[in-house]
Design a protein around this ligand. Structure first.
Ligand SMILES: [Zn+2]
Ligand SMILES: [Zn+2]
Length: 176
C-alpha cells in the first residue's frame, strides 16, 4: 500500500472517536437503545460510558425494560397532535454515567462524543460539566430545539456528524 492510499484510509479524529463511542455502546444491555459516550481531551481518551442500570442491580436483560409512557406532541399536517411514546427508564443515560465516572478536572475544556443527540436532562447536565464541545451522530428531534438553544447560550460547540457510518460490529440486534 502506498502512503497516499494509507492516508486516504486513515480515519479522521471525529470518525475515530465516534467509532469508539459506538463500540462502547455495544456494552449496553437495554434492548431498546444502545448509547455510548466518550470523553476526549485534545486527542486523549479520558473516559467511556454507556446506558445501563446501576451496578449490582438487575438490568434490562434480567428484569426487562422499565417502560414509562409519555405523551409527546408532534406536528402532523401543520397541527400539533398528541402521540403516546414509550421509553425505558431503568437505565442511567450514557452521558450521565460518563459524568459519574470522570473527574471535573478532566472534563474542563474537553469534548464528548456520543452516539445519540443528548436528551434535555443529559444536555442540561453536560452544560454544567465543564465540557466545551459535544459531537453526536443519531439525531433526537424531540429535544433538539431546546438543547441546541441551551448549547448556544452556554457557548458549547454542538455538532452532528453527517457523513458518519457506524462500524459494522456496532449494529444493534434489536431481537436479542
Ligand atoms: Zn431498557
Ligand atoms: Zn439522556
Amino acid at each position: 500500500m502506498n502512503t497516499q492510499t494509507q492516508d486516504a484510509l486513515r480515519k479522521d479524529w471525529d470518525t475515530y472517536f465516534m467509532d469508539i463511542a459506538y463500540m462502547v455502546s455495544t456494552r449496553s444491555r437495554c434492548p431498546r437503545r444502545h448509547v455510548g459516550a466518550v470523553l476526549v481531551q485534545g486527542k486523549k481518551l479520558l473516559g467511556t460510558a454507556y446506558n445501563g442500570a446501576p451496578m449490582g442491580v438487575q438490568d434490562c436483560l434480567e428484569a426487562g425494560c422499565m417502560i414509562a409512557e409519555e405523551v409527546e406532541m408532534k406536528l402532523v399536517d401543520g397541527k400539533e397532535q398528541p402521540f403516546k411514546k414509550q421509553r425505558c427508564i431503568r437505565t442511567i443515560h450514557a452521558e450521565q454515567n460518563l459524568l459519574l465516572f470522570t473527574d471535573r478536572t478532566d472534563r474542563e475544556g474537553s469534548t464528548v462524543y456520543v452516539t445519540d443527540q443528548p436528551c434535555w436532562t443529559c444536555a442540561n447536565m453536560l452544560a454544567n460539566s465543564g465540557v466545551i464541545e459535544i459531537v453526536y451522530h443519531r439525531s433526537y428531534p424531540k429535544d433538539s430545539d431546546k438543547v441546541t438553544n441551551l448549547m448556544k447560550q452556554k457557548g458549547i460547540i454542538f455538532r452532528g456528524l453527517d457523513h458518519f457510518e457506524p462500524p459494522a460490529q456496532a449494529h444493534m440486534d434489536v431481537t436479542s
